[in-house]
Every structure is written in structure tokens, then in C-alpha cells.
Design a protein. Structure first.
Length: 293
């Protein structure tokens, strides 16, 4: 089989590039798993891939797919499969984040597929959460170790029904309990959902700390809903620091048609650059690895 393996950048990941007319299913799963566990993010490029092949390939290496219930954005279902979703809710920038780190139960692994790249810009961005943590000043590390982030989200009845894809308050209470979300319900069935989470977490191996959370895009898009757990504001100098680090250590992936990106959502942050091409079409799947992780 003709393919090359080389770094995505000098700081993160590996890309597996087909140099012939190869099927992606010819790749050795054991080698994919080994590379993924070592690097945390893999880019598959140059293979003949469509949405159905993307689904079948990701099925081989994944389990426990979820449908994005409780997610922050609107996502369109692809080909009637609730586990394959378009990420083109809007076309502005989304800063680096871990997927769904505003609730307890997050997908451990992410898959992205490029059905149609933007004609210009629209790159997906990634960075290593371990490197991000190491770049933080000692004072910011100490602050994040002492204070958790708090997301406080008010929602009308219509809004939470759309977000959680349910209509019943009892179901909502169960979902919130399962995700350690404090729920306050008003007489008109509007709610306030409150969730506490750390900005930094231990790696799965326990040997180092990782900066991974939803701080940056939340502060960017919905600044009023995030504070520290004691209701104090996150200092402007801290936000300036984390934004500067994010831009400095970010790797951009300029999409090519048929690209597949595999991400460890416990250690690698992702986001995207703004774009204007309405034909850009990137799909995502949220899941867990079907292998030792």
C-alpha cells in the first residue's frame, strides 16, 4: 500500500497520506490505534472518501456515538443519521475548546470529515492541551487550580426543548442530574442550568495536566454566562493570556475534499477560522474509542 506518515505540524499530530489509489480500509487498524494513542490527533488525506465511507471507517474504531443532545449550537443531521452532523450553524470563528466541556459527560473522541472545503479560509484549528497548560503562567495555573469555571445558562421552555431534544421536564431533570447540572425551574417552565467544571484536568494516564475546556468560545460568543464558581469575573489579563497562548500554539488544517480528522477530546482542543463560502460542508461525529485508550 502506498502511503506516507508525517507530522501535521512541528507541534502536534500525524497525517496519513495516500500516494496511490488506496482504500482507507486497507490501513492497519493496529497502527492507527498506536499512532492515535501516541499523538492524539490523526489526519487521513488523499483517500477516496464520501460520507458513507466516512461513516463506515469511523464505525470500525468507535463506539457509543451520541447525537449532540445538550449541545451549544444547532447542527443539521446528515443522511438521516443523528450521529453525523454538519458544523455549519454559522460561519464566524470558533475559538479553541474541548467538545461539550459545559457538561459532565463529554465525548472522548471526535471525527471530522470534509465533504466540501471552503473556497477560502474556514480552516479547522487544533492544539495540544498539555502544551497549552505548560505555557500558562504560574499565577494562572494556580488560579485555575483553586477556582472552577461556572456556566450559568437561562433558557425558555422552547429553548431547552430544542437544545435537549425533549419536551418533558422530568426527562430534563434526569439529564441534568446525569450531567451534574444544577437545574432551577420557574413557573413558566423556563430554566436556569448551572454547571461547574475545572479549566485544567489530569491526563487520562495521570502523568500531566491538560488545559481543555469551553472557556474561550463561551467568553467569545456568550460572555455573560461564564464566571468563576464564586461568581467572580475571570480577569481580563487572564483572558488576554489564554487568547495569546491559543493563537501562538495553534495549528491550522486547511481542508481538502475527503479529509478525515480523528481527535482525542481529552487532550486536544479544536476550533475553526471564519469563512464566507456557504458551500463549506464539514461533518462531525461524537463518540468513544472502541479500543484501549
Amino acid at each position: 500500500m502506498n502511503f506516507q506518515i508525517q507530522p501535521i505540524s512541528n507541534t502536534i499530530g500525524q497525517q496519513i497520506i495516500s500516494t496511490g489509489s488506496n482504500s482507507i480500509f486497507q490501513l492497519a487498524q493496529e497502527e492507527i490505534i498506536s499512532l492515535f494513542n501516541l499523538y492524539g490527533v490523526l489526519l487521513f488525506r488523499g483517500f477516496e472518501v464520501n460520507a458513507e465511507i466516512f461513516k463506515d471507517f469511523s464505525n470500525l474504531l468507535s463506539t457509543d456515538f451520541i447525537d449532540y443532545s445538550g449541545g451549544a449550537f444547532n447542527r443539521r443531521i446528515i443522511n438521516g443519521d443523528k450521529t453525523i452532523l454538519s458544523v455549519n450553524d454559522f460561519n464566524s470563528e470558533i475559538k479553541l475548546h474541548g467538545e461539550m466541556y459545559y457538561q459532565k459527560n463529554v465525548p472522548l473522541m471526535l471525527w471530522f470529515f470534509c465533504a466540501t472545503p471552503a473556497s477560502d479560509k474556514g480552516e479547522t484549528i487544533i492544539c495540544d492541551g498539555r502544551q497549552f497548560f505548560n505555557e500558562l503562567s504560574n499565577s494562572t495555573k494556580e488560579l485555575f487550580s483553586k477556582k472552577k469555571l461556572k456556566f450559568t445558562v437561562p433558557m425558555t421552555e422552547e429553548a431547552w426543548q430544542k437544545k435537549y431534544k425533549i419536551e418533558n421536564l422530568n426527562q430534563l431533570q434526569e439529564i441534568c442530574k446525569h450531567n451534574d447540572i444544577k437545574l432551577t425551574i420557574s413557573k413558566d417552565k423556563s430554566i436556569v442550568a448551572e454547571y461547574l467544571c475545572p479549566a485544567t484536568i489530569p491526563s487520562k494516564c495521570g502523568n500531566y495536566q491538560v488545559f481543555i475546556n469551553s472557556l474561550l468560545p463561551t467568553k467569545q460568543l456568550y460572555p455573560n454566562i461564564i464566571k468563576f464558581e464564586d461568581d467572580s469575573d475571570i480577569p481580563k489579563e487572564v483572558m488576554s493570556e489564554v487568547n495569546e497562548i491559543a493563537e501562538r500554539i495553534t495549528t491550522e488544517i486547511a481542508w481538502q475534499k475527503g479529509d478525515i480528522l480523528m481527535i482525542d477530546n481529552t487532550r486536544v482542543l479544536h476550533g475553526r477560522r471564519a469563512f464566507s463560502d456557504e458551500n463549506r460542508e464539514i461533518y462531525i461525529r461524537l463518540c468513544a474509542p472502541a479500543f484501549a485508550f
